[in-house]
Design a protein around this ligand. Structure first.
Ligand code: OOB
Length: 540
């Protein structure tokens, strides 16, 4: 039983099985990585610009920061909203919070008041770590707003403050950290769900499950001590953080190269300079890189594995990527912040590698493909993916009614993804039944945006749907019925949403004014009709 109210524990019989099979090792994440850092000594762990950080330095800095936080009164199960870009301070803070058993909430640099405020509301966090600038956005006003709205927020740390703290060379008394007791069955992180409802959902992942998650991902990702991972996706995301991500590369004593800019002009030279072996990307980034003029003249021979996930990657793109990166294999990942990880295996046949999204990394990942009534479909047919396993959540944080709908009584998570099993045993993604827009791997809840748009005085009704995009996969189109005598432009609408503090990546990118929204036979807006309509318009 978690002492954090609102967390659904794994049932005791499952927990016992996962321990007996060796998945859960009962070592808290922070302690586990402190040991990992200690064992890799003077090897380089992390590169950021011209800065190179060894494992000894990493270990020392994490401990120093953890001791400082301990001094500020941080205790196990405290929640912290962490909104830092791909910089070493993110890494120090993440592992420092873990050493104290505190729980980071993984905000993205693009989030604004609308999102950050809801994370504080949902979690009761009392700490916030954020840079002075997030890209060209000055965070001063946002910080003031958060302070004003959440009197429980005790500590706000900037990256600058973290850097200053770490300059101290005062001796460390690491015994104080050893005395902190962290229960490995407690959550170690609250990840963000792609979300299909008006309010975002937080995903509790336990110390035990998250450590295992990373080890299982690393095992199928061919990671060795001399390898080097490029971290161009937002580092707080489950994928670059833990699948296997920086955590898996650190475990192996390998190197992680952080970049704040995912632009081809910055990333391609970095791959050459650092002799990157592994890329973890969303399809949109991979598509950009392989279509960059002059890309084939670069020396990209060091890259061995290209992981893409978050969105379906077309076989033609895989093929083209393998010709641009002459020594690389594309290894698709079907992952989710909720847990389940499917990886294509590097030794799968070419056909399987190109056509499928992989298979689970653990043999105790239980997969069901079901119909509308949640009955299993015949093998090979399309249905909804349900999953239960040693690193998949048993419930979102503190939303019992939603959980009752989203989990079966047997504890399976109903993912909303439509898949079918390929004869190889791998799975193929065939679509989804959840109401979201997948914009370059970033999930946007249609309902959340619709609720905000409905508060505009000119809007009578609205439905947000995906429209196809060759690079991002999807962008959002808003169908709006204006109130009688009123009208609306995309620009007016997006300024309105921006003033509400909505993250820019969640703004609709097309507006269709209409007198009417088509309804399904149950009286719900027939979004499939709208999706088709806008796709046809774009094609014409
Ligand atoms: C990753 O995690 P999330 O939580 O942002 O999104 C999960 C959802 C899945 O339910 C599925 O709808 C979609 O993203 N998805 C894919 C996919 N991988 C994820 N859809 C089609 N093909 C794929 N290969 O996106 C994530 C987490 C860990 C590792 C990789 C991706």
């Amino acid at each position: 039983m978690s002492s954090l109210a609102g967390v659904t524990p794994f049932p005791p019989d499952f927990a016992a099985r996962y321990r007996a099979r060796g998945y859960w090792e009962d070592v808290p994440l922070g302690r586990f990585y402190a040991g990992v850092f200690a064992s890799h000594g003077d090897r380089v762990a992390m590169v950021s610009g011209s800065e190179r950080v060894t494992y000894s330095e990493l270990r020392e800095r994490v401990a120093r920061l953890a001791l400082h936080l301990l001094g500020l009164g941080v205790v196990p199960l405290d929640r912290w909203v962490v909104q830092l870009p791909n910089i070493p301070e993110f890494v120090y803070l993440y592992f420092a919070l873990e050493q104290l058993g505190a729980i980071p909430i993984m905000a993205l640099a693009g989030h604004r008041w609308n999102e950050i405020n809801s994370f504080f509301e949902l979690s009761g966090a009392n700490g916030y770590a954020v840079t002075e600038m997030l890209g060209d956005f000055d965070t001063q006003a946002l910080i003031a707003q958060i302070r004003e709205a959440h009197s429980g927020v005790r500590t706000i740390l900037s990256a600058q403050t973290i850097r200053e703290l770490l300059r101290s060379s005062a001796p460390l008394d690491a015994r104080l950290l050893d005395a902190v007791e962290v229960d490995p069955d407690e959550p170690c992180i609250l990840q963000l769900s792609g979300g299909t409802t008006g309010v975002p959902k937080l995903i509790p992942r336990t110390n035990n499950d998250y450590v295992y998650n990373t080890k299982a991902a690393a095992a199928v990702n061919d990671v060795h001590a001399d390898d080097c991972l490029l971290v161009a996706l937002p580092i707080a995301h489950n994928f670059p953080l833990a699948c296997p991500g920086i955590s898996g590369f650190f475990w192996k004593g390998a190197r992680a190269v952080l970049t704040e800019s995912p632009r081809a002009d910055d990333v391609l030279p970095l791959i050459e300079r650092e002799r990157i072996t592994h890329l973890e990307l969303v399809p949109a980034l991979l598509i950009r890189y392989i279509n960059t003029p002059g890309v084939t003249e670069r020396d990209l021979s060091s890259v061995r594995v290209i992981n893409t996930g978050g969105q379906k990657l077309q076989p033609e793109v895989k093929r083209r990527a393998e010709s641009v990166f002459p020594n690389a294999r594309v290894q698709e990942v079907f992952g989710m912040a909720e847990g389940l990880l499917m990886f294509v295996r590097l030794d799968d046949s070419e056909e399987v590698r190109f056509e499928t999204a992989g298979r689970p990394v653990c043999k105790d990942d239980e997969i069901l493909i079901v119909d509308e009534d949640r009955n299993p479909v015949p093998d090979g047919e399309v249905g909804e993916l349900l999953v239960r396993g040693p690193y998949t959540l048993r419930g979102y944080y503190n939303v019992p009614e939603y959980n009752a709908r989203t989990f079966t009584p047997e504890g399976f998570y109903c993912s909303g993804d439509l898949m079918r099993r390929h004869p190889s045993g791998n799975y193929i993604v065939e679509g989804r039944k959840k109401d979201l827009i997948n914009r370059g791997g970033e999930k946007i809840s249609a309902e959340e945006i619709e609720n905000l748009i409905l508060s505009h005085p000119a809007v009578l009704n609205v439905a947000c749907v995906p429209m196809p995009d060759p690079v991002l996969g999807e962008r959002m189109c808003a169908f709006v019925i204006p109130k009688p005598g009123r009208t609306l432009t995309l620009q007016v609408l997006t300024s309105f949403l921006t003033e509400k503090g909505l993250a820019k990546f969640k703004l609709p990118e097309r507006l269709e004014l209409t007198d009417d929204l088509p309804l399904s036979k149950f009286g719900k807006v027939a979004k499939n009709v709208l999706t088709k309509q806008v796709a046809e318009k774009i094609q014409a």
